[in-house]
Design a protein. Structure first.
Length: 185
């Protein structure tokens, strides 16, 4: 039991904490760190489904993450990472299909994400249907993360150039209202 509590505390901590600002100089690492936080989100949603109870404290933390960081991550990918990667990828990389599929998933998950936020806001809502919604959102998100981490990120590391990364990092910082200190030469 104590171990479970500790695990939950660590997962919440990871969910709450944005990656350090300095990591915006390594935008792929920042995105990767956000993927880890999203995995924690999936674990926490699954834990609630398993326990069969809407935990108010967990709900609050998840809601803050969804409202503050989840949408920003999708913009990082759709406005910066994906377009730049499509520019640099070679035809044999097959990136067009992969990116099109990921963007389609972003839009189809949007509806579930909105319902999830509503359900987290109002713990009495959705009576029994919340379990199906939480479990579906977590399962879809996990599949999405596997493709991004296993296919997109390694290729981005291979194909993007230092200038691409610097620009992506700058845009991600702007999106978060952060002024990025220049990297010492
Ligand atoms: Fe992602
Ligand atoms: Fe994504």
């Amino acid at each position: 039991m104590e171990q479970q509590e500790e695990q939950r505390r660590l997962m919440l901590e990871a969910l709450d904490e944005r990656p350090p600002e300095a990591l915006l100089h390594e935008p792929l690492d920042y995105i990767f760190a956000d993927h880890f936080r999203q995995r924690m989100l999936c674990n926490l949603l699954d834990a609630m489904v398993r326990e069969g109870a809407r935990d108010a404290e967990l709900s609050r933390h998840i809601l803050v993450f969804m409202r503050r960081d989840f949408g920003l991550h999708i913009l990082d990918e759709e406005l910066d990472l994906f377009p730049r990667l499509l520019e640099r990828a070679r035809p044999e990389d097959g990136m067009n299909e992969v990116v099109a599929e990921l963007c389609a998933e972003h839009s189809s998950d949007k509806i579930d994400a909105r319902d999830l936020c509503r359900a987290l806001e109002k713990p009495e809502s959705l009576s029994r249907r919340w379990k199906r919604l939480f479990a579906r959102f977590a399962a879809n998100e996990r599949r999405h993360l596997i493709v991004e981490n296993a296919i997109v990120m390694p290729l981005a590391r291979l194909r993007l150039k230092p200038d691409d990364l610097a620009e992506i990092g700058r845009h991600m910082a702007e999106r978060r209202g952060i002024v990025l200190a220049s990297v010492p030469q």
